[in-house]
Design a protein around this ligand. Structure first.
Ligand code: AMP
Ligand code: GLY
Length: 421
């Protein structure tokens, strides 16, 4: 089977690495991919937003199966575009990807079906939003409705910060149309957890849980990023809590989507907060694999990823066997100095060949004319250590990551530290 994967980050590198292990996999293409992905797939220079060019490419190259990585094209209807040309594609249609694309839709859905999430109000008018906000206690959370490259959420610890976030979203329109509606939400204290699941309608096949580290600096300091590192499993979290999140949040949400006429096929990714008393509540839903959650979850998948995805598309997901390894995985992200704000590009990366005992998934790399690896983004590489437990996996990830160097290299030194306590 010839496969096209759409996207070009660390997540897509990990997806392709897993797909390539399938006995059914033939040629694998990636659009647009990156220099690391190029080592295991054929990259095609088509952007994820160019639906016509992507579907034409798939038809011209007799692609048998398409996998969509990122959120933006899903929310814009890329799955509908492939389906319109009868090309088998893994991912939710536009009306189902709205669970990630519109926070007001997601919150209203959870509210309607009594699925645990933070209390909220939504607004399409600045004056009303502001007068409601001024009556709230801090901390309070302000969210732009639409996709904002992960920057649309402010957890405000002062009313001044909250007001300025609201003003930026609704008056300054810093996120454009994504800020025409806003959600003002109760602050949830606790620890976060990501649970991803293969979903087809009401069939939910959960993956092993993972934890991300969103802030750029150690001890969760500094601005939020796309994710600075992940690990799986979560030995410090009671398995009953994970089970409760699956039974009371993910399964009911998949069912609610079907009831709303928005049958979801693809990866449903719940971002959850576990309150200090051990109750999981929904922070967000994503309609895709997480980045860098994927980099620790897929190395633990023992079953054939391609077979699972095909089963989801064919409506036989309930029948397929899905096995996970007991091994632990820890991913440490190496980022450009300055990320998530501005950062330089084109810096030579050294030491990649010296990594012997870890997986390296490329997020933002390319090659210069001399054939050297150079930086080409904010997050550059994810180094994944595997081991019998988190301590072993973590030690490997860090010792192998130490071989890689580039000017300004930034990493957190406390990825998975919480799991060792
Ligand atoms: P989101 O883009 O919705 O995942 O939000 C980004 C981050 O903001 C989350 O990963 C949380 O760390 C934080 N966050 C979002 N909503 C809340 C909430 N209601 N309470 C506390 N933290 C939140
Ligand atoms: N790592 C969080 C995300 O992919 O949204």
């Amino acid at each position: 089977m010839d496969i096209l994967v759409v996207g070009g980050g660390g997540r897509e590198h990990a997806i392709i690495w897993a797909l390539a292990k399938s006995p059914q996999a033939g040629r694998i293409y990636c659009a647009p991919g990156n220099a690391g992905i190029e080592t295991i797939a054929e990259c095609v220079p088509i952007a994820v937003s160019e639906f016509d060019r992507l579907t034409d490419f798939a038809l011209e190259n007799n692609i048998d199966f398409v996998v969509i990585g990122p959120d933006d094209p899903l929310v814009d209807g890329i799955v509908d575009a492939f389906e319109a040309k009868d090309i088998p594609v893994f991912g939710p249609r536009k009306n189902a990807a709205a669970i990630e694309g519109s926070k007001t839709f997601m919150k209203d859905l959870l509210h309607k079906y009594d699925i645990p999430t933070a209390a909220y109000e939504k607004f399409d008018n600045y004056e009303d939003a502001k007068s409601y906000l001024l009556k709230q206690e801090v901390p309070v959370v302000i969210k732009a409705d639409g996709l904002a490259a992960g920057k649309g959420v402010t957890v405000a610890f002062s009313m001044e910060q909250a007001e300025s976030a609201l003003h930026d979203i609704m008056v300054e329109k810093v996120f454009g149309d994504a800020g025409s509606h806003v959600v003002i939400e109760e602050f949830l204290a606790g620890q976060e957890m990501s649970i991803l699941a293969f979903v087809d309608g009401e069939t939910v096949r959960p993956m092993v849980a993972a934890q991300d580290h969103k802030q750029v600096f150690d001890n969760d300091q500094g601005p939020n990023t796309g994710g600075m590192g992940t690990y799986s499993p979560l030995p410090h979290i009671d398995s009953a809590i994970i089970e409760e999140a699956i039974e009371k949040i993910i399964k009911p949400t998949a069912k609610a989507m079907v009831a709303e006429g928005r049958h979801f096929t693809g990866i449903l990714f719940a971002g959850l907060m576990i309150s200090p008393d051990g109750t999981p509540k929904t922070i967000e839903f994503n309609a895709r694999f997480g980045d860098p959650e994927t980099q620790v979850v897929l190395p633990r998948l023992k079953s054939d990823l391609l077979a699972i995805m095909i089963a989801a598309v064919n409506g036989t997901l309930a029948d397929i066997e899905i096995e996970w390894s007991d091994e632990a995985a820890v991913c440490v992200v190496l980022a450009s100095g300055g990320y998530p704000a501005s950062y330089p590009k084109g810096i030579v990366i050294e030491g990649l060949d010296d990594v012997k005992d870890a997986l390296v998934f490329h997020a933002g790399t390319t090659k210069n004319e001399a054939g050297e690896w150079i930086t080409n983004g904010g997050r550059i590489l994810g180094v994944v250590g595997l081991g019998a437990d988190i301590a072993e996996a973590r030690a490997k990830a860090y010792s192998e990551a130490a071989h890689i160097d580039f000017e300004g290299k930034h990493l957190r030194s406390d990825i998975a530290a919480k799991a060792l306590l």
